[in-house]
Design a protein around this ligand. Structure first.
Ligand SMILES: Cc1cc2nc3c(=O)[nH]c(=O)nc-3n(C[C@H](O)[C@H](O)[C@H](O)COP(=O)(O)OP(=O)(O)OC[C@H]3O[C@@H](n4cnc5c(N)ncnc54)[C@H](O)[C@@H]3O)c2cc1C
Length: 317
């Protein structure tokens, strides 16, 4: 049975949905262990057991967060070697990809990024060219390192919980000697809204907002939703680049995606077309977004969104 190592970085006291997806995928491929960076909280340990994780590997050094990714990559590689893992799974964030690349060199492993599914024999599937083609690829090396896009696996606990073993992994001292050290950190202001990639509902706005994200934010707050945006809106500086949905932004797969003042270019669709229900608000009836919308409202978003917000608030009481 293949040995699978899943890297999870600083989960705090609960695992994100994307981590649960990695654990579920790992279990479908073989015997799963986790290389954890950060403290192992009791609730997280319990969830690992529920998801069939047999071992948690912890780094010998506690200061990995004082550096950029180099020591984390050295740790992941050392953990994979210690475990004898043939598959290493990481999240598909920019940091996840960089750790994967560096760990891949240390492990002499093939690295595949932007993975959406993995077969039992290790063949990875990717959705490319803005979702218009699917490709399959397999590393020809003994170890493969895969970064997996969120929202492509349904998280599922194992049939029976597994007892959890904890193991320490020696982090190569040389990996911190020449690594870039973080000298200061600034806390990002919390929006109080759900994380965009994990949210059940996303309300996204585009160039049609003309710089005013107020109606989108008010509707999002009435629904308990995350706020997303097209690249036109983020490039214009109306909202942070973190909110961008699409080919060069985040991939979301919520139960409900409300698109307001977005034309629905192929690069935008690439990040949201797997949403269960898509509602589009656009004043142009010919806009391509209506081709993928389940419900379309042809109208001015500055009229439509506030009415929807008021009605939702009224019904919620
Ligand atoms: C390599 C590459 C990568 C890209 N990556 C991404 C990506 O990740 N994400 C992304 O989104 N784009 C991406 N793009 C850009 C993409 O091609 C489009 O340019 C962009 O999505 C357009 O954003 P938009 O729909 O907000 O603007 P527009 O295309 O200008 O559309 C605005 C829409 O708002 C409507 N509108 C205007 N006023 C109102 C109103 N008052 N009420 C209702 N509707 C109104 C208009 O009818 C129009 O349909 C990428 C492009 C390239 C080349």
């Amino acid at each position: 049975m293949a040995k699978v190592l899943v890297f999870i970085d600083n989960p705090g006291d609960s695992l994100k949905k994307s981590s649960l997806e990695l654990l579920t995928l790992g279990r479908s491929l073989g015997e799963t262990a986790v290389a954890l960076n950060g403290k192992l909280h009791d609730d997280v340990a319990a969830t690992f057991g529920e998801y069939g994780v047999g071992a948690v590997l912890l780094p010998s050094a506690e200061d990995l967060d004082d550096f950029l990714v180099a020591p984390k990559a050295a740790y992941v590689a050392a953990a994979a070697e210690q475990l004898g893992a043939t598959i290493v799974l990481l999240d598909n964030s920019p940091e996840g990809k960089e750790i994967a690349a560096r760990a891949g060199i240390r492990l002499n492993a093939g690295v595949i990024t932007d993975v959406v599914a993995v077969d039992a024999d290790g063949t990875a599937h990717k959705s490319v060219l803005a979702g218009s083609y699917n490709t399959a690829c397999k590393a020809s090396t003994a170890v493969s390192v895969l970064t997996v896009k969120a929202n492509n696996v349904v998280p599922e606990p194992a049939a029976a919980p597994t007892p959890l073993e904890t193991v320490t992994v020696e982090v190569p001292a040389a990996s911190t000697a020449a690594a870039a050290r973080i000298t200061a950190r600034e806390q990002k202001v919390a929006s109080g809204r759900p994380d965009l990639t994990d949210a059940r509902i996303v309300v996204a706005g585009g160039r049609g907002l003309d710089g005013d994200f107020g109606p989108v934010e008010e509707l999002a707050d009435a629904l308990g939703a995350a706020v997303g945006a097209s690249r036109a809106a983020t490039d214009a500086g109306w909202i942070s680049h973190d909110a961008q949905v699409g080919q060069t932004g985040k991939t979301v797969s919520p139960q409900l995606y409300i698109s307001a003042g977005i034309s629905g270019a192929i690069q935008q669709k690439a990040g949201m077309q797997t949403a269960k229900v898509i509602v589009a608000v656009n004043k142009d009836a010919e806009s391509p977004v209506f081709e993928i919308a389940d419900f379309g409202i042809v109208g001015d978003l500055f009229n439509v969104l506030p009415q929807a917000t008021a009605e939702i608030k009224k019904r919620k009481g």
